[in-house]
Unconditional design. Structure first.
Length: 452
């Protein structure tokens, strides 16, 4: 491999760490909404595929760890994956243990990464010979995945009932575009629809502000007081074996190992299930909370890494919530990547391994040090100097631009329609995973079920 290419991969990983360290410290930035648009921009810029993969791997490792820091320090979830930690983080914060929580999060993240990489690569190698067979059943798997995620979610009936209407919405817009000749009939608009789902809750919140009565009810004259504990601004040891107890390390390791085999399931669902299961074995409330924090941090990395590595290396189709969501641009980003010609078809096994290892090693090394040494200072800087609204506005503008590039002005309104519909359903309890899988299964649902 050319030395210049390796240098470019290292620079891409460093860029991802820098970008997502800043973004990760901003509370309320959903993983998909900040990973997908920037990754798509990197792809569409003509970046070599192996560098794209390095950038993305470094980005998810960085974001999954850094997103948890606002949860520990100020009681605000950085993203969806850090939400399950909120209750335990608040409990430990009241005990004056914020610095310890950050350390345990960092070590948990390190454990999840170290365990998931070899296991995910091994599973990808085992499943690779069956990739073509799996592809033939992909639409059915997406449909079954949507049903399964509905059944394990909190709002089961609503989630199941939403699948058919959403499929009609997605295919209805596609047929509208085909019918008026905006896009050729052999082109499926997917990326911008996907992004419409991603920004759905945000779009609904913004549209709510246009309702005078709702807007009046949101007005407050009090500022939210946020206290960053001074003890979070420094620490002593970086040795993971001195930060975690043996039991915490064992629980996090076992959970991270198991979820690699369940990569097709929801990362948030797996994090809650195994994190709480491991924590509930503890009798002491403090031990229970620290075990949950450590295990959930490990699970966040393991679910994301296995969820992108296995579908990307073994199948070439986004057959996991992570691959469908944050990693969608690696599978389908026309005209650079298509379902028939994406990273799965372009890179060989060793290129995958090198890109993954460079991205992981650089991201883990830097973020582990940063979170242990400077978490409090960076949090204070971001919360004071970087407006949350500016970041959200930037991503919305990205998405509307990409919608326009996909199918013109009409698609901007189509994406807004999808955003309002999916955002409303999301707020009612229909998860992103169900909506993403319905999007990919929509042609099969219409053909095999509704038109049967």
């Amino acid at each position: 491999m050319d030395i210049m290419l390796i240098i470019q991969m290292i620079l891409a990983a460093l860029a991802a760490v820098f970008i997502y360290t800043i973004i990760g410290f901003i509370p309320g930035t959903d993983e998909t909404s900040v990973l997908m648009p920037i990754t798509l921009t990197v792809v569409l810029a003509g970046t070599p595929p192996i560098i794209v993969l390095t950038f993305f791997i470094a980005a998810i490792v960085t974001l999954n760890l850094i997103n948890a820091i606002p949860t520990a320090l100020v009681g605000l979830p950085g993203g969806v994956m850090s939400s399950p930690m909120l209750e335990h983080s608040l409990f430990l914060k009241e005990k004056g243990m914020s610095a310890i929580v950050i350390k345990k999060m960092a070590v948990g993240s390190l454990i999840g990464t170290v365990i998931s990489i070899p296991i995910a690569l091994m599973l990808a190698n085992i499943l690779a010979p069956y990739g073509e067979k799996i592809k033939n059943f992909a639409p059915l798997l997406f449909f079954l995945g949507a049903i399964f995620l509905s059944l394990i979610g909190k709002n089961k009936i609503l989630s199941i009932l939403s699948i058919m209407p959403l499929a009609l919405l997605f295919m209805g817009l596609r047929h509208l575009y085909w019918g008026i000749g905006i896009v050729p009939r052999d082109v499926n608009i997917t990326t911008s629809f996907f992004l419409g789902i991603t920004i759905g809750p945000l779009i609904v919140s913004l549209f709510t502000l246009l309702n005078k009565g709702k807007r009046q009810s949101m007005i407050t004259e009090n500022s939210k007081k946020i206290v960053i504990p001074s003890e979070a601004r420094g620490s002593t040891t970086l040795n993971p074996f001195k930060i975690l107890t043996r039991e915490e390390m064992r629980n996090a390791s076992v959970a991270a190992l198991i979820v690699n085999f369940l990569f097709v399931l929801s990362p948030v669902g797996l994090t809650i299930l195994f994190g709480e299961t491991m924590a509930n074995r503890m009798k002491d409330p403090v031990n229970k909370a620290t075990t949950a924090i450590t295990t959930m941090s490990a699970l966040g990395q393991a679910t994301y890494l296995s969820g992108i590595i296995i579908p990307l290396m073994a199948i070439g189709l986004p057959l996991s919530p992570t691959a469908i969501g944050p990693g969608g641009a690696l599978f389908n980003a026309p005209p650079v990547f298509t379902v028939e010609n994406n990273l799965y078809h372009i890179l060989d096994k060793w290129e995958f391994i090198v890109a993954i290892l460079i991205g992981v090693v650089i991201a883990v090394t830097i973020t582990y040090y940063i979170t242990n040494r400077f978490a409090g200072r960076i949090s204070a800087f971001v919360l004071r100097k970087i407006p949350h609204e500016s970041i959200l506005g930037l991503f919305i503008s990205f998405i509307l631009l990409l919608a326009y590039m996909d199918a013109g002005l009409i698609n901007v309104f189509g994406v807004l329609l999808i955003g309002v519909t999916c955002g409303t359903l999301n707020k009612m309890g229909v998860s992103y995973g169900i909506q993403f899988m319905t999007l990919y299964a929509a042609p099969w649902i219409i053909e095999k079920i509704i038109l049967l």
